[in-house]
Write a protein of this length. Structure first.
Length: 559
């Protein structure tokens, strides 16, 4: 095993076109300005770090992992609850709005990741383009989120297996946990191919259930009853949430559904979390970002629309939280239409989805922890990598916390664990807000330094900064209104209030504490080290993308 070695004395103004380290030679830049030497040295160290990892992920891997790695219980199971709370129209609007907002986040990390292909994703960009304290606070916010979400996926997988056989959950938690650890410790290419296969299964299921929903809607099911838009007429397109009358009740149901939509989309921003392990990242990352922008509308928005056609919002099964296939709105629709085989098929794919999501979380969490350690924001031991380029200490650290899954074997501890999961879901919003802030700083830094994003960067996202400002506004509103039900008369819940609002003050406390203790400051727009990375990208061009030929042109899943 060997540790990451970043040379602290690396010159900010190298006189040669290459630099040597223990891992070989890599292209680097000449940068003649003498100002901002500290930031330039930091950029140089980042460029050296890229050479540590094995570039085993291809564009098709990162695109499918980002697109389908987030498709899991949030879409297959929880989408039914969104219909029950907001009705088919309310859920469709909520998923559409969040999809557009999340697109800005994808574009933001895509543009910054193409220029700075480092492991750790948005955490690294906050360090470079905004404020080290923001990187520290959001980094630990994300680490905490992964520490709880990984065992949560193990628990989900164990519960799903109960659909077929009743065995102690501890056995399945142990089996799936070991498999997850082995997957995370092998070559990243093995991980990529495994996740690619899982992603294909999930996408095939989504296509199948949408076709099934269309057939049922048109009367092609065993009962030959054409549904059409009848459920939009009765019980209606929107639901009176908590029996609040009138337009206000329908609006509250619509607003409450944003929680389900955010949960379904969470993690889709991780296309750059393993950028240093991606082959030709400056080409692959933009292609993945552009592809996801269009495909989330197919796999998320279209699916939630079809759910609203085949299941009435007042079906009592929608709110029956079983965590198995019987909770899926598509299973409910198939059962109502007289189709008997579908539940087992959906349950099998949902099982792989839970395992796949756990694998994705393991990859993302370990790379973020590695990136934190490189900057001194986490213990240096997490910088250690194996000869395969895997940050094995970080992986094993998350493996230790898989034991949290055993808490669900006790009913009282299970309640605590569910409460922790609720807090984690809010961290997604905090992460989205941070990404938008860092990206806006990056854009205005380019403007201040006279850098033409569309001409000098590897890729520039469209419609900026306008869409990012709009997304930031939506995320901030959702952050402050997520627990609105606790402020309604007679509905105060201490647990809901804490889980909805404790994350933000803790985040601010960590941010301010680090800022005061380390005496850091927000980088001025002139001091943001953008030019060194631009020069590096220009001097190390990637091979051109091969044009599709023959049947490959019909591929709509990855570019």
């Amino acid at each position: 095993m060997e540790s990451v070695r970043v040379n602290p004395k690396l010159s900010a103004m190298p006189t040669e076109n290459t630099m040597n380290d223990d891992h070989g030679k890599s292209p680097i830049f000449r940068y003649e300005e003498k100002e901002n030497r500290g930031n330039i040295e930091m950029a140089s160290a980042h460029l050296e770090e890229i050479q540590i990892f094995k570039q085993g992920l291809h564009q098709r891997h990162i695109q499918m992992i980002a697109l389908a790695g987030t498709i899991g219980t949030g879409l297959f199971l929880s989408s039914g609850q969104a219909i029950a709370v907001a009705g088919p129209l309310g859920a469709f609007m909520a998923y559409s709005i969040v999809g557009l907002s999340v697109s800005s986040v994808i574009f933001a990390v895509g543009e910054m990741g193409a220029l700075v292909p480092l492991n750790g994703g948005a955490i690294r960009y906050a360090e470079l383009f905004c404020d080290p304290a923001l990187a520290f606070a959001n980094g630990w916010n994300q680490i905490y989120s992964y520490l709880v979400s990984i065992p949560a996926e193990l628990v989900a997988a164990a519960v799903i297996v109960e659909f077929w056989a009743t065995v102690s959950n501890a056995i399945w938690i142990t089996i799936f946990g070991l498999l997850m650890m082995i997957t995370a410790l092998v070559f990243v290419r093995v991980y990529g191919e495994l996740e690619f296969c899982f992603s294909m299964l999930k996408i095939m299921l989504i296509i199948a259930i949408n076709i099934m929903a269309l057939v049922i809607t048109c009367g092609g099911g065993p009962n030959h009853v054409a549904i059409g838009f009848s459920y939009w007429v009765k019980p209606g397109p929107m639901v009176q949430y908590l029996n609040v009358p009138g337009l206000l009740g329908r609006f509250l149901g619509f607003w409450k559904t944003f929680d389900s939509a955010l949960y379904a989309y969470s993690g889709i921003e991780n296309i750059t979390v393993a950028a240093a392990e991606t082959k030709s990242p400056r080409t692959a990352i933009p292609m993945a970002a552009r592809g996801i922008f269009f495909r989330i509308r197919i796999f998320y928005v279209l699916t939630i629309f079809m759910v609203g056609l085949v299941v009435p919002s007042d079906d009592p099964s929608l709110l029956n939280s079983t965590n198995t296939a019987s909770q899926s709105p598509f299973v409910i629709a198939a059962r109502n239409a007289g189709i008997k085989v579908f539940p087992s098929v959906i349950n099998a794919v949902v099982l792989t989805s839970a395992w796949s999501s756990g694998n994705s979380n393991m990859l993302g969490g370990s790379r973020i922890l590695f990136g934190m350690a490189v900057h001194g924001h986490a213990p240096a031991i997490f910088k250690r990598t194996s000869r395969f380029g895997i940050p094995y200490v970080a992986v094993m650290f998350y493996g230790l916390f898989m034991g949290l899954g055993y808490m669900t074997l006790s009913s009282s501890a299970s309640n605590v664990f569910s409460w922790m999961q609720s807090i984690v879901s809010i961290s997604t919003l905090v992460n989205f807000i941070c990404i938008c802030i860092v990206y806006l700083r990056f854009i205005y830094g380019c403007q201040k330094q006279g850098i033409d994003r569309h001409k000098e960067l590897p890729w520039a996202a469209p419609f900026q900064p306008f869409t990012t400002w709009a997304s930031l506004l939506i995320f901030v509103l959702l952050e402050f209104t997520g627990g609105f039900t606790t402020f309604m008369k007679g509905r105060w819940s201490t647990e809901t209030f804490i889980s909805s609002y404790i994350n933000l003050p803790l985040f601010v406390l960590v941010y301010v504490g680090y800022n005061l203790f380390m005496k850091t400051k927000i980088l001025s727009l002139e001091d943001i080290p953008i030019r060194p990375f631009v020069e590096s990208a220009k001097k190390s061009p990637e091979p051109p993308v091969k044009r599709k030929r023959g049947l490959a042109k019909l591929n709509i899943l990855w570019s």
